[in-house]
Design a protein around this ligand. Structure first.
Ligand SMILES: Nc1ncnc2c1ncn2[C@@H]1O[C@H](COP(=O)(O)OP(=O)(O)OP(=O)(O)O)[C@@H](O)[C@H]1O
Length: 330
């Protein structure tokens, strides 16, 4: 791993007041957010929220109606060395089915002026060296995802844009991807990952950007979004324990299924208060606020693809795509 061994100079992604309309339909609506180097950022939203359209604008594949989407301070098309700046894997399916994984990467490497040795390094790095000679049409979904990742990494880019990279990976593959992205971010790379798999995202990302109906609904560090950590406790008489905790200056409220949510992480304190009150402890554990809960609270009922037609978009056309570049990076 010679080329990925050092820490890279960070490159920020900046989306400012970005809007994209298709006819009368607004797919992305005055969206602003930043993605920082050395961090993994999850890009979340219900189906049709505008994630892919935003990623395509960042890659210069779709022209914004207004606003800007820059990488390292520039529009994609103004980057001096695009393949060393940004790598992307937007879809995992569009490799030429008759071409081997290695040949596919060689074509991309040649186009980017990179040596063939880089191809073998990337096949190794993404765990598919044995599949190098196999035709891409025979790859499993998980292997196509890894090949897409290998293609994205060819130019050792400072920024990675990945659309649903864990789709089709088995549990071992998902664990591998998590470690792999963590390794890349520790080198200072800027990683933006769209995903629907919230449990997985929760374990992988440092920051999230959540959008709905093309608009930002929340962004920030996972640790801030989760709210204050607290403790779950279960006992025979929850009301009495709430009273006893209040005397000890600790607030508690009823949660689901007879449990209490206590506003402290000090489990020993909760246990001592219960003991003094003569109450049994049936369960005592940390409560980590759930990304899934937060996501549904923020985006409930906003899936435009399930609408009644009044708010649905027109059928996709290619006329708004930047001519000649459509699909160039995929
Ligand atoms: N070329 C196009 N012409 C018309 N409408 C489009 C076009 N491209 C995207 N849209 C619409 O814009 C909206 C946002 O689509 P987009 O693919 O960006 O959403 P997404 O958040 O990536 O969704 P998913 O999670 O399903 O991939 C959708 O309703 C989609 O149908």
């Amino acid at each position: 791993m010679t080329t990925t061994a050092q820490r890279t100079d960070g490159a920020r992604i900046e989306v400012r007041d970005l809007t994209k309309t298709f006819g009368s339909f607004t797919a992305v609506d005055h969206l602003s957010f930043e993605v920082e180097p050395g961090r993994i950022t999850g890009f979340l939203g219900p189906n049709g929220a505008g994630k892919t359209t935003t990623l395509r604008m960042l890659l210069g594949l779709v022209r914004p109606t207004s606003g800007t989407a820059t990488i390292d301070g520039r529009d994609y098309r103004d980057l001096e060395n695009p393949s060393a700046t940004v790598g992307s894997a937007l879809e995992s399916t569009n490799f030429h089915p008759g071409r081997s994984g290695r040949d596919h990467l060689r074509v991309l490497a040649a186009a980017g002026g990179l040596p063939d040795s880089r191809v073998d390094e990337m096949l190794e790095l993404t765990g598919i060296p044995a599949a190098a000679r196999k035709r891409a049409g025979e790859y499993s979904m998980g292997m196509r995802q890894r090949l897409g990742l290998a293609a994205a990494l060819l130019g050792d880019p400072r920024v990675l844009l990945l659309d649903e990279p864990s789709n089709g990976l088995d549990p071992e593959g998902i664990r591998w991807l998590r470690g792999f992205l963590r390794h890349l971010s520790s080198q200072g790379k800027t990683i933006l990952v769209s995903s629907h798999q919230l449990q997985e995202v929760q374990q992988t990302v440092d920051d999230v950007v959540i959008i709905a109906n093309g608009r930002l609904v929340r962004s920030g560090a996972m640790s801030d979004l989760r709210g204050a950590p607290s403790t779950i406790v279960r006992t025979s008489d929850p009301d009495r324990l709430v009273g006893a905790l209040r005397v000890a200056d600790v607030m508690a409220a009823a949660g689901d299924d007879g449990e209490l949510v206590v506003e402290t992480t000090d489990k020993r304190l909760v246990g001592d208060v219960a003991l003094r009150a003569g109450l049994p402890i049936w369960e005592l554990r940390d409560r980590k606020a759930d990304l899934e809960e937060l996501f549904f609270d923020l985006t409930e009922g906003t899936n435009r693809n399930l609408g009644d037609g009044a708010t649905s978009p027109p059928p996709p056309t290619e006329r708004d795509a930047v001519s000649g570049q459509e699909g160039a990076n995929e």
